[in-house]
Design a protein around this ligand. Structure first.
Ligand SMILES: Nc1ncnc2c1ncn2[C@@H]1O[C@H](COP(=O)(O)OP(=O)(O)O)[C@@H](O)[C@H]1O
Ligand SMILES: C[C@@](O)(CCOP(=O)(O)O)CC(=O)O
Ligand SMILES: [Mg+2]
Length: 453
C-alpha cells in the first residue's frame, strides 16, 4: 500500500496581461507564497471507494469507484495516455461525469452548489482520465491558504495538486530528486501542467493556461498561448524578475473567473474592432515590461532603479486602464486604486480575472514606511484585506511520505495524518503544520525545478 503523501502547489499573481492571455497575447506572472496542499491517504484494498474532502468549501463526498463511468473514459478512441496533450474537454465524457459531480451538492444554495460542482467535475475528469477502476480506495483531503475566487489562481493550484497526486499514484511522475537533470524536471513539470490545464478547463471554460503553468513550474514566467489548437504555449522563465515591493489587497468581493472571461468574450464578439486593439495594447504592455526587466539591474544604483520602477509603474497604470475599458474592474477595486493614487505613492492594477478579487500596488522607491502604514490602516477600516506574500515561489512539490523529520534527530519524526490536517486552524494553522518553508522543521518538501534560461 502506498504511504500517505502530500503534494502542494502555489497561487500566482498576474503582473501584466490577464484576459489578453486568453487571446494569445503575452502575459507575465509569478508564483506566490500562498499555496494549496493535498493529502493522499490510500486505504486497504478491501474498500472500493474514493473520497474527495475539500475542507475550505465544506465538500466531503465519497463515490463508489465501480459506479463511476469508466467504460466511457476507457473507450479506445477516448482513452488518453498520461503524456497526452489535451487542449479541449470531451463533451461526451463531461456529460457522463456531471450526474456524479452533482451528487456532491444536492441540498446547497445555488452559489455554493456551483463551487462544489466545478471542483468535483475537475476532480472526476482527472481521476477517470488518470486512474483505473481497479485503483485502491483513496481519500484526497485538500486545504489551501489561497483565497478562493480572488484572482490569485486558487483553481489552478488545486488542479496542479490533483494532477500531481494522480500522476504520482500511477507512477507516471519521477522524482524530484537532488541530482535530477533539469531537462527531466522540466518534463515532469510539463506532465503535471498538462493535466492541471484539463482540470482548469472543467472549472472555467476557456483558460489561457497561464495560471496552471505558473503554479506547476513556480518562479516568474512570460507566457504566451499559441494560436493553433493542440499546440503547447510558449513559456519563458524570468530568473531576473525583480523582488519589488508589491502590496496585494483583496476587495473581498467574490466573483468567478469563468463569468469575467465570458464577459470579455462577449464584448470582443460585439465590438471586435475596438476590443482587439485593447487586447493587443495589453500584449504590448507585457512586451515593454519584459524588455525593461531583461535590461535593468534592479539591484544596481538608485538613480537607474528609480527610473525603471517609474517605467514599470506606468505600465501597471496603463494595463489597469485597459482592463477597466474591458469592463472587468469593480467599484471596490477602483476604491483601492483611488486611495493609492490620492496618496501619490504608487501604481495599482487589478490582478487575475477582476470583477472583484485582488489588486496589486507597486510603491514608489522613496515612499516612507509611515505613509504605507497609514494607507494600510485605511484599507483595513474599509474592509479590505492585505496579504503578505513573496513573488517567485517554488512550483509543485511533494512530501513523500507525509512525515517531517528533524534532520539531526530521527526520533523527532512527525507524521501528518488526516485528522491533524483537517483540524489545523485557518491558513496560519495549515502553514504551521505543513507549510512550505514556514518553519525550520518543515523541510521535507521536494520540488521539481524549472530550467532557468
Ligand atoms: N480551496 C479550494 N477547495 C476547493 N475548490 C477550490 C479551492 N480553491 C479553488 N477552488 C475551485 O476553484 C474555483 C475558483 O476559481 P476561479 O473562479 O478561477 O478563481 P481564482 O481566481 O481563485 O482561481 C472555485 O469555484 C472552486 O471550484
Ligand atoms: C483572466 C485570466 O487571464 C486569469 C484568471 O486568473 P484567476 O482565475 O482570476 O486567478 C484568465 C486566463 O488567463 O485563463
Ligand atoms: Mg482561477
Amino acid at each position: 500500500m502506498a504511504p500517505t503523501f502530500m503534494v502542494s502547489a502555489p497561487g500566482k499573481v498576474i503582473v501584466f496581461g490577464e484576459h489578453a492571455a486568453v487571446y494569445g497575447k503575452p502575459a507575465i506572472a509569478a508564483a506566490i507564497s500562498l499555496r494549496s496542499y493535498l493529502l493522499v491517504n490510500t486505504l486497504s484494498k478491501s474498500r472500493h471507494t474514493v473520497t474527495l474532502n475539500m475542507r475550505d468549501i465544506g465538500l466531503d463526498h465519497t463515490w463508489d469507484i465501480a459506479a463511476l463511468p469508466w467504460a466511457a473514459f476507457n473507450q479506445p478512441e477516448k482513452k488518453k495516455s498520461f503524456h497526452s496533450l489535451v487542449t479541449s474537454l470531451d463533451d461526451d465524457l463531461l456529460n457522463t461525469i456531471i450526474p456524479h459531480a452533482e451528487e456532491v451538492s444536492e441540498h446547497l444554495p445555488e452559489q455554493d452548489r456551483k463551487i462544489h460542482i466545478s471542483s468535483a467535475k475537475a476532480f472526476l475528469y482527472l481521476f477517470l482520465s488518470l486512474s483505473s477502476p481497479h485503483s485502491p480506495a483513496v481519500i484526497y483531503t485538500l486545504r489551501s491558504t489561497i483565497p478562493i475566487g480572488a484572482g490569485l489562481g486558487s483553481s489552478a493550484s488545486v488542479c496542479v495538486c490533483l494532477s500531481a497526486a494522480l500522476l504520482l499514484q500511477i507512477r507516471a511522475l519521477a522524482g524530484p530528486h537532488p541530482d535530477q537533470p533539469p531537462e527531466e524536471a522540466e518534463l515532469q513539470i510539463e506532465r503535471v501542467n498538462r493535466w492541471a490545464y484539463v482540470g482548469e478547463m472543467c472549472i472555467h471554460g476557456n483558460p489561457s493556461g497561464v495560471d496552471n503553468t505558473v503554479s506547476a513550474g513556480g518562479k516568474a514566467v512570460l507566457f504566451r498561448r499559441q494560436g493553433a489548437a493542440g499546440s503547447s504555449p510558449l513559456v519563458t522563465p524570468l530568473p531576473r524578475f525583480p523582488k519589488l515591493p508589491l502590496l496585494l489587497v483583496n476587495t473581498r468581493q467574490g466573483r468567478s473567473t469563468s463569468t469575467q472571461v465570458e464577459k470579455v468574450g462577449v464584448l470582443r464578439r460585439n465590438h471586435p474592432k475596438v476590443v482587439e486593439p485593447i487586447l493587443e495594447g495589453i500584449g504590448e504592455v507585457s512586451k515593454s515590461a519584459l524588455e525593461l526587466i531583461s535590461s535593468t539591474d534592479f539591484d544596481g544604483d538608485n538613480g537607474s532603479i528609480n527610473a525603471a520602477v517609474e517605467h514599470l509603474g506606468t505600465l501597471i497604470r496603463i494595463n489597469h486602464g485597459f482592463l477597466v475599458s474591458l469592463g472587468v474592474s469593480h467599484p471596490r477595486l477602483e476604491r483601492i486604486r483611488e486611495l493609492v493614487d490620492y496618496a501619490g505613492i504608487g501604481w495599482t492594477k487589478l490582478t487575475g480575472a477582476g470583477g472583484g478579487g485582488c489588486a496589486i500596488t507597486l510603491f514608489r522607491p522613496d515612499v516612507e514606511e509611515e505613509t504605507i502604514r497609514e494607507l494600510e490602516q485605511k484599507f483595513e477600516a474599509e474592509g479590505f484585506e492585505k496579504y503578505e506574500t513573496v513573488l517567485g515561489a517554488d512550483g509543485v512539490g511533494v512530501l513523500w511520505p507525509a512525515v517531517f523529520r528533524n534532520e539531526d534527530d530521527d526520533t523527532a519524526a512527525e507524521e501528518i495524518d488526516q485528522e491533524m490536517f483537517e483540524k489545523a486552524e485557518g491558513a496560519q494553522g495549515v502553514d504551521r503544520l505543513v507549510g512550505v518553508g514556514a518553519q525550520e522543521n518543515r523541510k521535507g518538501w521536494k520540488f521539481w525545478r524549472r530550467m532557468a534560461v
